[in-house]
Design a protein around this ligand. Structure first.
Ligand code: G3H
Ligand code: 13P
Ligand code: ZN
Length: 312
């Protein structure tokens, strides 16, 4: 069924696992993610960025998700990723989304609080849950470029104040991840102490089992990158979050793990391989079918071996 993330997160927190949040743009991605989740009996979050909304249209996205739920029978939350303003939030709630992110992380603190609160009031009145963001991730978020030097990790005391004052249902934090395929120059490093402190302080303030969201969590599979490069790609120095770190985050308060880059790489690798191996091929079903198959395998592996949301 089409659901909010409320129950998903409650169970994930208690069970020390996480729900995968996969970005969707087209039919093949929707099918790949939901079929993998369906086979494993896993709930899943399908998320749509502002640019995906523009690319596919809210009506198409909603109806494709409805078809996927009908086919697989799983619980799906349809979520707005990095919502930039109340106007976009209203648009997707009208279209039937069950969850929205308002990303005010680039505003000053008080403006972020005020705008998030406004979104929470609007969404809660309509049965929709809200994710917000505090702290800045390095890298590229939609059209907003945040330089690595500007990146600021989430302050734990501020996180408590933010959750209390806004009434958000979950919070995206900055502990060292970033969007895209180039996350680390040297060794991968995440601030798990900060994550633990945020949860401790929330608990001390009487906010129990509060779900944390990890953005920029693609692991940038070396095999997909190598396949892209083998067949004419030029992706150099790509590095993601090791699966081991994602498992650790999932065992802590992280209940939602966001992945987009991994799907893009899998899709591109599969399509490049078909074109490279079969230069005479021009049936879109052949290369989009191969892409769908590769994403399905990726999602299956993530659910089973990293997130732990299977049979939940
Ligand atoms: O966080 C950003 C997501 O990867 C979505 O990217 O705006 O290019 O769809 P996009
Ligand atoms: P990746 O770029 O690591 O896949 O992150 C996706 C994300 O955070 C979407 O909101
Ligand atoms: Zn993100």
């Amino acid at each position: 069924a089409l659901v909010t993330t409320k129950e998903m997160f409650e169970k994930a927190f208690e069970g020390k696992y996480a729900i995968g949040a996969f970005n969707i743009n087209n039919m093949e991605i929707v099918q790949a993610v939901t079929r993998a989740a369906g086979r494993l009996g896993s709930p899943v979050i399908l998320q749509v960025s502002k640019s995906a909304l523009k690319y596919a249209g809210p009506g198409y996205l909603k109806r494709m998700v409805e078809a996927a739920i009908e086919e697989t029978g799983i619980d799906v939350a349809l979520h707005l990723d990095h919502g930039p303003d109340l106007e976009t939030v209203k648009e997707v709630i009208d279209a039937g989304f069950t969850s929205v992110m308002f990303d005010g992380s680039h505003y000053d603190y008080e403006t972020n609080v005020a705008k998030t609160k406004e979104v929470v009031e609007y969404a809660h009145a309509r049965g929709v849950v809200v994710e917000a963001e505090l702290g800045k991730l390095a890298g590229v978020e939609d059209d907003v470029k945040v330089s690595a030097a500007d990146a600021t990790y989430t302050d734990p005391d501020q996180a408590v104040d933010f959750v209390k004052r806004t009434g958000v249902d979950s919070l995206a934090i900055a502990i060292g991840t970033s969007h895209g395929a180039y996350k680390f120059k040297g060794e991968a490093k995440l601030d798990f102490d900060r994550l633990a402190t945020i949860t401790e302080k929330l608990e001390a303030a009487g906010i129990h089992n509060f779900p944390i969201v990890l953005h920029g969590a693609s692991s940038v599979d070396a095999d997909s990158v190598a396949t892209c490069n083998k067949y004419g790609g030029d992706i150099k120095g790509a590095a993601g979050v090791p699966n081991e770190m994602l498992r650790k985050a999932a065992s802590m308060a992280v209940c939602k793990i966001n992945m987009d880059t991994d799907l893009r790489l899998a899709m591109t690798a599969a399509i490049r391989e078909v074109f490279g191996e079969h230069p005479a091929e021009f049936d879109p079903r052949k290369y989009l079918g191969a892409a769908r198959e590769r994403i399905e395998k990726l999602v299956e592996d993530k659910i089973k071996n990293v997130l732990g949301s299977n049979t939940k």
